[in-house]
Design a protein around this ligand. Sequence first.
Ligand code: SF4
Length: 371
Amino acid sequence: GVPQLPPRPIAERRLSRRIDVGQVPVGGGAPVSVQSMTTTRTSDIGATLQQIAELTASGCQIVRVACPTQDDADALSTIARKSQIPVIADIHFQPKYVFAAIEAGCAAVRVNPGNIKQFDDKVKEIAGAARDHGTPIRIGVNAGSLDRRLLQKYGRATPEALVESALWEASLFEEHGFRDIKISVKHNDPVVMIEAYRQLAARCDYPLHLGVTEAGPAFQGTIKSAVAFGALLSEGIGDTIRVSLSAPPAEEVKVGIQILESLNLRQRRLEIVSCPSCGRAQVDVYKLADEVTAGLDGMEVPLRVAVMGCVVNGPGEAREADLGVASGNGKGQIFVKGEVIKTVPESKIVETLIEEAMKIAAQMEQDGVAA
Ligand code: SF4
């Protein structure tokens, strides 16, 4: 068997209260979950369920759907019933859709205190309905739609303003004894966002949903989210995450999972340790790494595969990995668990690595170390 050390997490987690979003626990030490949001019209039930199925397959654990119209509200009960993962209805502006979502059996409802008019008067009723149905509420504050009173008070969406909005809203629910709440305070600037979550974490014990809002296209959004979530999660802050990208939602999920794996907040799956290449490389490292990555796509076991361009760091890294190759002189030395098991011509490196990876994976699965 292959001995596996349990991953060492980045930090002690902040102690938050636990809520249950459908079957997914959030807070209270539960694993950090990854969520995303559909881009279909929610009223188009078929397209929405199709996208939710794709998101589920990509590892998404909780999905949010927008609910801007009555047709969308009408679609919620079918979507909530047929989705394999918990569905959160995302409500802006109209309190009536909050009630509709709760009654439709959504696993949670997200409300934005900044833009639901007369929301404060409705909190008692909402808290009552949510309690009756066991539906948690996410208080989702967003810099772009901050409560006007707070915008006037602070001049702009500062961390203090975001936190005050969230805690004010939470206090209204608390007045009615309702604490089944999680909170987000999103901003598009990671620095402001990080500070807001730090302040919020210090001032309440609600589970926190991390997000950098409007993070941008895939490259920029990935980096902004990774930096911001990395900073917070390394302080133990954050119970569920959503990466926002101007890209298909399954991409958000991939990035979210990778962030958690990078921080050892989740068992790593396939990890390709490939060198950046340099003037010493004796093989096209990029191509080799891409081909190995593609060949092993979908592998569910925590396998570390080293792809090294030459024999300087090659054998060392290859030895640290479960499996690896160090190239040189048109050949590849294939390492398994630190031992050179064979040397193959360059043209056979990819297929040999994939073959050996499959063997190790099968053994790992047998030993029950699947991620
Ligand atoms: Fe350069 Fe070799 Fe290091 Fe790759 S392993 S970066 S080729 S020295």
